[in-house]
Every structure is written in C-alpha cells, then in structure tokens.
Write a protein that binds this ligand. Structure first.
Ligand SMILES: [Zn+2]
Length: 132
C-alpha cells in the first residue's frame, strides 16, 4: 500500500464500495489479523452509512456498555465474567430470549426489551432461616 493510494473496501451489509482511511485499514489488519483486502472491507462495513451498518454499530455500542457493566460487577471473578459476557452476547443476538444466572444471593436476568436494548435485572434475595 503506497501513501497516496486510495483504498476501497466493500460494505458487507449493502455491497457498496467505499473509500476508506489507510490508517484505519492498517490498524484493523493488525488488530484482527486480516489481509489488507479483508481489513478494507471490515473498515468499509464499520463506517458505512447504510441502515444495516448503522444498526450493527448501535448493537456493538450496546454490547460494549453491557460488557463494561459486567466487568465492573464481576471484576474479581474472571470465570463468572466470561459466562455473563456470553449470556449478554447470546440474548443481544436473540439466540435466547432470556438467560438467568444465579450467583450467591443474586439472580441476574439478561434479555432485550422492545427497543432491542440489552436489559439486565438484578435481584437480591436474603432469606433468613432459623432451625432449632
Ligand atoms: Zn453498507
């Protein structure tokens, strides 16, 4: 790739060929171990203004926000964090309608609402039991 060369990538959602930033292509190629051509298509898909690309970008933002929540809540437990991140991804992609995870006295329910926002409900149950 020369400095002045205009790089084109194809949006995987709408098939439109778009000029993409060289630096972004190089960065994507490096970060995701892609060929230059694959990286150009990746950047074109990420930055395209078609409805599907925009919906995908919104979905990605929601996933990142939910992921940040999970990292905060389960920062001391990498195993739990992995399971919760999988649950969040699975419901956000509608593989499951709802996933609930019980952890100690907490019950976490993961699903999506009517606007396709990722929803996490946390229920804390403290039951006192005495046996004599
Ligand atoms: Zn597109």
């Amino acid at each position: 790739m020369s400095e002045e060369q205009i790089i084109y990538g194809v949006c995987k959602y709408c098939g439109q060929a778009r000029a993409v930033e060289r630096l972004e292509v190089l960065s994507a190629a490096k970060n995701f171990d892609l060929s230059d051509e694959e990286a150009a298509d990746y950047v074109a898909s990420e930055t395209c203004s078609c409805e599907q690309a925009k919906a995908q970008a919104t979905h990605k933002m929601k996933l990142q926000a939910a992921g940040a929540w999970a990292e905060n809540v389960f920062e001391n437990s990498p195993e739990k964090l992995q399971a919760v991140l999988c649950a969040i991804k699975a419901v956000s992609e509608h593989h499951f309608g709802r996933i609930t995870i019980k952890s100690g006295k907490y019950l976490y329910a993961f699903d999506t609402d009517a606007h396709n926002d990722i929803r996490v409900k946390t229920k804390y149950t403290d039951t006192q039991e005495e046996t004599f």
